[in-house]
Structures are given as C-alpha cells and as structure tokens.
Design a protein around this ligand. Structure first.
Ligand code: GTP
Ligand code: MG
Length: 340
C-alpha cells in the first residue's frame, strides 16, 4: 500500500492543483480517460483498444509512441499526454498529518467473535479491503452474512449504523440466514433485510459495473460495508489459460482499485472472499494458494486465511498485515452466527 499514488487530499495538494487550473473534488470518482482534453468517445475507444485504461499509462508516453500505438495524430497525442500528466496525479505526496487525520476516521466493526476482533486489532477496519480466503465450507460466506448484520448495529454496539451492499456472484446469499443472525443480535429481521442491498453479478463485467452502481447508491444511502462474495469466481471461470492471465489480473487489479476508492470515500469496509486452489506441487508451506495471486493479495489491506478445524471450529490466520502481528483466532459458526 503506497500513498504516493493516492489521490491528493490535503491543502498543499489542492493548491498545486488550482495553479494548474484543475480542481479535483475528493468525493468525485477518479478521473478517467474521458476527462482528458480533446478525448471524445471515439478517441477514448481507440485508447482503450490500445490498452490505455489508466491515465498514468498515458502520462508516461511520448507523443510519437502514443500516436503509433493508439493510431492517433501526433498533435492530438501530445495534447492528451499533457492532459494526462495533469490529471494522473504523478507524485501526489500527502503529509503525514493528513494521513493521520484520515486514519482517525477509521471505525471498527465487530465480527461477533472477540478472538477474531482481537486478531484484527479490535475489529474489521473501514477504509480497508479485507480478503477472506479459504477452501469451500471454511466460512467465508458466513463471515459476509455476519458482518452485514453487525454493520447495522449502532457504533456503541460495535456496528457501523450503515447500509450494506452485497455483490453475490455464486448465488449463496440467504435472506433467511440474515434474519436468523439479526434476531440473535436483537435487530428486527425485516429492517435488517431492508438495509442490505443485494445484487447478483452474472459475470465479471457485470460485477465491475456494479461498483459504479454502488457509487451512485452511495449518494443517497450511507453505504458502510461492501461485500463481494466471491471476488474471483467469475474471473476464474472466464479467463482461462495462461494467455488470458495478464488480462484477468489487470481487470482484477482495476476492480479492486475501484473498490478501495469507494472504501476510502465512504469510510466503509470492503470484504472480498476468495477461494484457494490446491497446489499439490508445493514443496513447503501451505499446499493451497489464493486465486488472483499477488494482485489480489497486494490490493487487500488485511488478509484472513480460514481453515476448518475439529468440532466445527474455524481458524482464521491474519497474513501480511501493515501494522498488526501475524496470528490466529479460533471461532465457531453457530445457528446464531459467528461466536467465540
Ligand atoms: P464456499 O463458498 O463454498 O467456498 O464456502 P464458504 O467458505 O463460503 O463457506 P460457508 O461460509 O458457506 O460455510 C458453510 C459452513 O457454515 C457450513 O458447513 C456450516 O458449518 C456453517 N453454517 C452455515 N449455515 C449455518 C447455520 O445456519 N447454522 C450453523 N450452525 N452453521 C451454519
Ligand atoms: Mg461461500
């Protein structure tokens, strides 16, 4: 997680932007290639077809290079590159004080199991992406359901008092289960279901588009938790074979960046689930690996590896956290939900 590429959010940064006559509201979505001077739909399509999705990718090109690769005139290319340099926020340094201020807004959500909360330093943090990965039946979807219910609780009860968006890619969202868990924490099941907005994503393109829809929804409701269950299943099914790997990873990377942006703007949690694929040739360590590899791992702020244990217990292991020690927590999934 580097901050250098982050959006400029503090005073000196916005002063610098004004100097260049481009003012970016931090609540606005990140600029896209459509925001470049002289770029209409046709040019945008040419750029995309040539693989230029990112402003930064354009900003580092020379006019002849861009002209050749995107089949545009050189003068137009020069203008586009100049625009991209302004918009792409190259070297957007942010003061430590501004970052501390942003960190102060972080809220923590209880999972219902104190061991798991402790492992995470007091609960699931807003402004973060939490990747929960593990084999089938390890409890990923159950964690999603439980966090959805707990987010409805007031902050004094360990909740976020917000609304929830649930992107369901495997058709495993169960309203009955939500009702059961809600009742167990004293929330009216109907009210709970009213505040949890579920969308079934039919393929990866649809899944990506749903993030835009979340941004729109967030203008009217206070989205505090976004669940993508599962993050990778469509990508895995659609992009098969080595030749597709780079494209798949690029799309996943972009998807996660957009999710992270919503998490930051909304001061919300993004929970993504991920399966593990078995890697029988592994010589040491765990013989399973999360799908999406480094891209997903790197884009996630916290990673929890779940595994099944004796007597219906589950073990969660915290992996590569920025500021917490690695460790494990044991919890159970009961009819009431996640418990110690
Ligand atoms: P995949 O999506 O298949 O990869 O698995 P997952 O990791 O999402 O597993 P999931 O969260 O669906 O966990 C399923 C397990 O949760 C079941 O095997 C049960 O042990 C437990 N579980 C699910 N619902 C209930 C319930 O209503 N009561 C109880 N006691 N346990 C439940
Ligand atoms: Mg599941």
């Amino acid at each position: 997680m580097g901050h250098i590429g982050d959006r400029m959010t503090e005073e000196t940064a916005s002063e610098k932007m004004e100097e260049e006559e481009i003012v970016i509201d931090v609540d606005e979505p990140e600029p896209t290639i459509e925001d470049l001077p002289g770029v209409g739909p046709a040019t945008a399509e040419k750029l995309r077809e040539a693989g230029f999705e990112d402003l930064l990718a354009i900003a580092v090109m020379s006019p002849p290079e861009l002209s050749e690769q995107a089949e545009l005139g050189e003068a137009v290319s020069a203008k586009i590159i100049a625009g991209a340099k302004k918009l792409a926020n190259i070297g957007g340094f942010v003061s430590g004080a501004a970052l501390l201020d942003k960190r102060k807004r972080v809220k923590k959500l209880t999972s219902g199991a104190s061991s798991l909360d402790e492992l995470l330093g007091g609960g699931f943090e807003t402004q973060s992406i939490v990747e929960v990965f593990g084999e089938f039946g390890s409890g990923k979807t159950q964690i999603g359901h439980q966090l959805a219910v707990n987010s409805l609780l007031s902050e004094s009860q360990g909740g976020l008092d917000g609304e929830i968006v649930y992107i369901d890619t495997e058709d495993t969202f169960r309203p009955e289960r939500i009702a059961q868990m809600a009742e167990a924490v004293g929330i009216d099941p109907e009210e709970a279901l009213d505040r949890i907005h579920v969308a079934r994503a039919y393929n990866s393109a649809h899944q990506i588009l749903l993030v835009d829809e979340i941004k729109r929804m967030a203008k009217n409701i206070d989205v505090k938790l976004i669940i993508v269950d599962s993050l990778t299943s469509h990508f895995r099914a659609e992009y098969i074979g080595r030749g597709m790997l780079a494209t798949r990873q690029q799309k996943l990377n972009r998807h996660m960046k957009e999710l992270k942006q919503v998490a930051d703007v909304q001061n919300a949690i993004v929970l993504v689930t991920n399966q593990v694929m078995s890697k029988p040739d592994a010589m040491w360590g765990d013989p399973t690996r999360a799908i999406g590899g480094h891209i997903v791992a790197h884009a996630s702020t916290f990673r929890l590896y779940l595994r099944k244990s004796k007597g219906g217990r589950r073990i969660a292991r915290l992996i590569d956290s920025p500021n917490l020690p690695e460790g494990e927590a044991v919890f159970t999934v009961t009819s009431e939900g996640l418990r110690d």
